[in-house]
Design a protein around this ligand. Structure first.
Ligand code: AVI
Length: 318
């Protein structure tokens, strides 16, 4: 998860960066707003729903791979490392890893302190003997980890194919900054979604129940709520597109008629058929994934996938 916002509603609480990104994104061509702004309270709930959809294979596929791979991860990486999770641990995936690698400490990093405290409490209940050190920070920027774990070798954990939501240049920057934050001798366990047939990808991002559409459109509701927007949400529809050239699913919001609206006192128009680009979800083939890791300063040492090769988990060393 790139960003979770807990507080909703009051425009005086609106994040200045949200305001800046929305105003700049609506003014530029092609229009584009960063995907991190999906995750207000409603957006986070809708994302949780997405992960349980029959069409959205990544979450359950990665979970099954983790169940199988983690004992081997423990053998290769050894036990007693400090596990550092980028983006706070989902209550389901993290315990699979923690149970097998017997870490000396667990450091979940998230930009939302509230979410971080909640998930840390849940994990501490499950692992009463584990030292849990929640760390509130934007992991997209270089970090200085808590001193308590300064001497422990680290195992970074970045599941969920969140790396896919970054364009390759940003993904490489992030991998490099993770390497720097985790230090000498670190290892990284990272999930990446595979390139696959277009129809599987399209239905994963345009499900029959319309949950992904609601997730995408919620961004407009959030803009209206937090930035005094007047966007007619019913004049937009969710569109998922497979961009084969860039090996990514793109999500857009397409105007179904000419629309005019204001956001934070600024006027905008979107002609019928034009879109606001809201997300990229890059998919990686076997070689692409290895090239990405190496470009980010990591050497792949092991890889696990599911029988259908839909999703892959990589273990890499610094
Ligand atoms: C969070 N991220 C990895 C999801 C993905 O698959 O790219 C976000 C998402 N967007 C639509 N469905 C799920």
């Amino acid at each position: 998860m790139l960003k979770r916002e807990i507080e909703d509603g009051d425009q005086s609480l609106a994040d200045p960066q949200f305001r800046a990104d929305v105003l700049a994104g609506l003014a530029r061509r092609p229009r584009a707003i960063p995907a991190r702004w999906f995750y207000d309270r409603r957006g986070s709930e809708l994302f949780e729903e997405i992960t349980e959809l029959p069409e959205y294979y990544p979450t359950r596929t990665e979970r099954a791979i983790l169940e199988r791979a983690c004992p081997e991860v423990a053998t290769i990486a050894g036990t007693g490392r400090a596990v550092v999770e980028f983006g706070s641990g989902s209550s389901v995936k993290t315990p699979i890893l923690l149970r097998t690698v017997a870490p000396s400490a667990y450091v979940p990093i998230d930009i939302s302190g509230d979410f971080l405290r909640e998930s840390s409490k849940t994990l501490s209940r499950q692992f009463p003997d584990l030292l849990v050190l929640p760390f509130e920070a934007d992991f997209m920027k270089p970090l200085t980890l808590p001193r308590t774990i300064a001497d422990a070798p680290k195992l970074g954990f970045f599941p969920g194919s969140t790396i896919g939501n970054m364009i390759p240049r940003q993904a490489v920057d992030l991998l490099r900054s993770m390497r720097e934050s985790l230090g000498e001798g670190a290892m990284l366990l990272i999930g990446m979604d595979r390139i696959k047939d277009e129809s599987t990808l399209m239905s994963a991002y345009d499900d029959a129940a319309g949950v992904t559409a609601a997730f995408n459109l919620n961004l407009l509701d959030r803009i209206n709520r937090e930035l005094e927007g007047t966007i007619p949400v019913d004049a937009f529809r969710h569109r998922a597109i497979w961009n084969d050239d860039r090996a990514r699913i793109e999500m857009h919001l397409e105007a179904t008629r000419d629309v005019a609206f204001t956001v934070a006192g600024n006027d905008f128009t979107v002609p019928a058929g034009e879109t606001i680009h809201t997300e990229n979800s890059h998919k990686y083939g076997t070689r692409d994934a290895r090239i990405l890791l190496r470009s980010g300063g990591w050497t792949p040492v092991a890889m696990w996938t599911d029988p259908g090769d839909r999703f892959a988990l990589y273990l890499a060393e610094a």
